[in-house]
Design a binder for this molecule. Structure first.
Ligand SMILES: Cc1cc2nc3c(=O)[nH]c(=O)nc-3n(C[C@H](O)[C@H](O)[C@H](O)COP(=O)(O)OP(=O)(O)OC[C@H]3O[C@@H](n4cnc5c(N)ncnc54)[C@H](O)[C@@H]3O)c2cc1C
Length: 541
């Protein structure tokens, strides 16, 4: 990924480096536009890195929102082709519990059929054969084409391809102003959050892909957007208990989806309206933990005694209709706004709402709109062009294949074949929980814009396993210190990383999770004398 910038005028500037912004950058670049993407933190650090990772079949929305259901199943089929290395094709079960409305299953299956979603009714005994961990009391089950998707990988692959097609991408740059001249947005002012340098960039079209922060961004051009932040919390269990996605067969509610994610399982979510001044406070409360835990145990009883690794939360970028300031008609669909038509502010587009799994369609809609303004008639190719990692046939792995290669392939697809994972020290594992080797880290530093352990975690899953960084963080920090040539920065980064890991553990700090956290603190603070920056304000980015 690039951050060398020798150009100050672009066809398109995109504000926001979540999956939507990354998708827009890729689509614009594939259509030959000159593009600059600006992200204030790390890529994928907003809602795109704080969600459930469910690649919806659309079944969840079939009864309540047929349009979203149809969008989901269409994108589901596209993503299986273009982003296969980001997806685990698990399928999903919608199960009915004794306390659920027994009539809902038939309504659900009819709605799925109407939306074009395959929905096979199973005998509960057959569902239990497929998923032995399920509540043995289930009274119904339906199989649908849900899957698990890795949002970090998906965002990285989009950014990588955007860069390969000439896009410039900057992280840790915050857009502080939209530059307005005669009712037209002509560019942005941004601050480099590391050097504090102010920078100005100009473009014919500026696209707001800043998620829930988009309303604040628009205010800088005097434009109002009625956003309704909805916080959702989730719990990560310390091992993978389910092979398939498990959903409750009822109207969408709290804690009714359990998604398998690599070596762990994730239960979610809650949904609570919060105020705009709370959108950067991602602490998970005891009530949220209780709600999630009680919901998960109903689906899979063994979760009552399974260790919880951490809790985390994100904010959905929901938009209410312009004529409904109360928010009663909040849309969960895609919102693509031409601010010239809506507000008389030329050169400005907003793309928001939607879902992780509809990011490509959202990007297509925003890029189509930008192309109309720029007089570019190149067709969108993102529905048929695979992403880096999902492009090439890979030579089959054998028993003799190095573990580092097997592990890297599971994360990076065909990109793993470009990594040096076999020579010398490169095959040595730094993170045993996730199987991340030195060769993979070196590749990530060179190609995925990795400077910190947090960047490395988002690109490789390092530190996301059972030990939550206890064993790998120090080794990874040493390696980063060597690669970046700054040992003190690596030490500070290590403290920051461990502090961030602790924040997710704190809401679930009992039993083995607490014991492990105490061991981590003893090793790093007691033995190594590391100042773990525990005085930093909670909720800091
Ligand atoms: C709890 C929860 C669970 C979810 N589960 C699922 C799921 O299972 N499946 C699914 O499909 N969808 C799911 N979603 C929805 C999905 O996560 C979001 O729709 C999607 O990630 C939004 O992506 P985005 O890029 O539009 O926004 P974001 O990822 O929030 O990106 C916006 C980016 O803009 C940046 N930014 C903000 N202001 C500025 C500025 N001034 N300058 C520069 N950059 C700025 C932010 O730092 C951020 O990185 C879930 C959402 C939540 C909250």
């Amino acid at each position: 990924m690039s951050d060398n910038i020798d150009k100050r005028h672009f066809d398109v500037i995109i504000v926001g480096g979540g999956v939507t912004g990354a998708g827009v950058a890729r689509d614009c670049a594939l259509r030959g536009l000159s593009v600059l993407l600006i992200e204030r933190g790390d890529y994928c650090s907003g809602a795109s890195g704080r969600n459930h990772g469910l690649m919806h079949s659309g079944a969840r929305y079939a009864v309540t929102d047929g349009e979203s259901a149809r969008e989901c199943i269409a994108e589901n089929m596209i993503l299986r082709h273009i982003a296969s290395h980001c997806i685990e094709q698990t399928d999903g079960l919608f199960v009915t519990l004794p306390e659920d409305d027994p009539g809902y299953q038939a309504t659900f299956v009819d709605a799925c059929n109407a939306a074009g979603i395959r929905a096979d009714v199973l005998d509960p005994a057959d569902a239990l054969q497929l998923e032995p961990a399920l509540n043995p009391g289930i009274t119904g089950a339906v199989r649908v084409p849900d899957a698990a998707i890795d949002p970090f990988r998906l965002t990285t692959a989009n950014l990588l391809d955007a860069n390969l097609h000439g896009a410039t991408t900057l992280n840790y740059h915050e857009v502080t102003d939209l530059i307005v001249e005669q009712h037209r947005v002509v560019g942005v002012r941004a601050i480099d959050r590391r050097s504090r340098e102010q920078r100005e960039f100009r473009a014919t079209v500026t696209i707001n892909a800043a998620g829930i922060w988009g309303a604040q961004l628009l205010q800088r051009a005097g434009v109002t957007l009625n956003m309704f932040p909805a916080k959702g919390a989730m719990l990560i269990f310390g091992r993978r208990v389910n092979k398939m996605v498990i959903n409750r067969c009822r109207k969408p509610s709290n804690a009714d989806i359990l998604v398998p994610d690599d070596t762990v399982s994730v239960i979610g979510t809650t949904s609570d309206r919060i105020t705009i001044d709370q959108i950067d406070d991602m602490r998970v409360s005891a009530d949220e933990v209780d709600t999630l835990l009680s919901g998960s145990v109903k689906l899979v009883p063994s979760l009552a005694t399974t260790r919880i690794l951490r809790a985390f939360a994100g904010v959905r970028p929901l938009v209410a209709a312009d004529d409904d300031p109360s928010g009663r008609s909040i849309s969960r669909g895609i919102v693509c706004i031409d601010h010239d038509e809506r507000d008389g502010m030329a050169g400005l587009i907003t793309i928001t709402g939607g879902k992780l799994m509809t990011y490509r369609l959202m990007a297509q809609q925003a890029t189509d709109m930008a192309c109309r303004k720029l007089g570019n008639d190149r067709a969108c190719e993102t529905a048929t062009t695979p992403l880096p990692g999902s492009r090439r046939e890979m030579a089959p792995l054998t028993l003799a294949s190095p573990h580092a290669l097997k592990s890297a392939r599971s994360r990076h697809g065909d990109l793993a074949d470009e990594m040096d994972l076999t020579t010398g020290i490169n095959r040595v594992q730094i993170c045993e929980c996730q199987g991340v080797s030195i060769g993979e880290i070196e590749y990530a530093v060179q190609h995925f814009h990795v400077r910190t352990l947090g960047n490395l975690r988002r690109r490789t899953r390092l530190g996301m396993g059972v030990c939550q960084g206890k064993m790998c963080a120090a080794r990874a920090a040493c390696l980063m210190g060597r690669l970046n040539g700054d040992v003190q920065a690596a030490k500070d980064d290590l403290a920051h990383f461990l502090d961030e890991r602790w924040r997710g553990i704190k809401p679930v700090a009992w039993g083995n999770a607490l014991r492990e956290a105490q061991l981590t603190a003893t090793i790093y603070q007691g033995l190594c004398g590391l100042d773990m920056a525990i005085t930093r304000k909670e909720g800091d980015a």
